[in-house]
Design a protein around this ligand. Structure first.
Ligand code: CDP
Length: 240
């Protein structure tokens, strides 16, 4: 592949050109962030674990009929993906109350949400990703009504597939964030990532936190926890 140019970076990964106009490279870094504060800590193997976890989950979703950005795994920390024009929205589904929902509405953490909730946040670091609704998205041109309806349907479909996957492995998918994009022909794809950094996972019986909230709470062993989550769903990330 030809020389790579970094197009942008988010908290967990850098996105590079690949030499093929239709493909980009996700390079997962070892930077661990608590909340969205600047300054990061380096966690050995985090990039590799997130990269392989994301690839595994996206393949599961593809098998369930959800079109994703994934093309193929390139290396421990890199994945080749379809080039998309990203829709600037974060789509959050919650099965159980946690995080910003509790802070915003005073709901007790752990409250079951039935039916699961669907929220939209505008991707804007300066404004700290404010919550928006479908009317704002349409009027301000973030997404069309047709795209919004497909995004919502796909986000819920992901919930059905992944809630089952984690439930079968003794875990509760509390909430997660998805992002979508459009290819050059206008087709919608699930993009970005699904990792233990972009969802909340609790042990089903004990409700112990297995995701990045462990890091936020200062818990040790975040990588060990992610590797254990992966092992339970059938992905071996242990070092051989
Ligand atoms: O995680 P936080 O309490 O800041 O916000 P939230 O609205 O409760 O997050 C809901 C879900 O979306 C959690 O699983 C977050 O990890 C995820 N999320 C994310 O991956 N990236 C963001 N920029 C915001 C939320």
């Amino acid at each position: 592949m030809t020389k790579r140019v970094e197009l942008y970076r988010d908290q967990s990964k850098s996105v590079y050109t690949s030499g093929n106009e239709q493909r980009l490279i996700f390079h997962f870094r070892n930077d661990a962030f608590a909340f969205d504060e600047p300054g990061s800590e380096q966690l050995d193997r985090l990039g590799e674990v997130n990269n392989k976890f994301n690839y595994f989950i996206m393949c599961k979703l593809e098998s369930a009929g959800i079109a994703t950005q994934i093309d193929r795994l390139l290396s421990d920390r890199e994945t080749l993906v379809r080039r998309l024009d990203m829709i600037p929205l974060e789509c959050v589904v919650r099965n159980v109350a946690a995080g910003s929902l509790c802070r915003r509405l005073g709901v007790k953490e752990g409250t079951d949400l039935s039916p699961p909730t669907f929220e939209l946040f505008l991707k804007n670091d300066v404004l700290h990703d404010p919550m928006v609704n479908e009317s704002l998205c349409e009027s301000l041109g973030f997404a069309t009504p047709a795209q919004l309806s497909e995004i919502k349907a796909q986000t819920y479909k992901v919930n059905t597939v992944l809630s089952q996957l984690f439930d079968d492995a003794g875990m509760l998918l509390v909430d997660y964030k998805l992002e979508f994009g459009i290819d050059s022909e206008g087709k919608l794809f699930l993009g970005d990532e699904f990792t233990p950094e972009s969802c909340r996972l609790w042990d089903k019986e004990t409700r112990v936190k297995l995701d990045k909230d462990r890091f936020r709470l200062g818990a040790d062993g975040i990588i060990t926890s992610y590797i254990e989550v992966a092992r339970r769903i059938g992905l071996d990330l242990s070092e051989h």
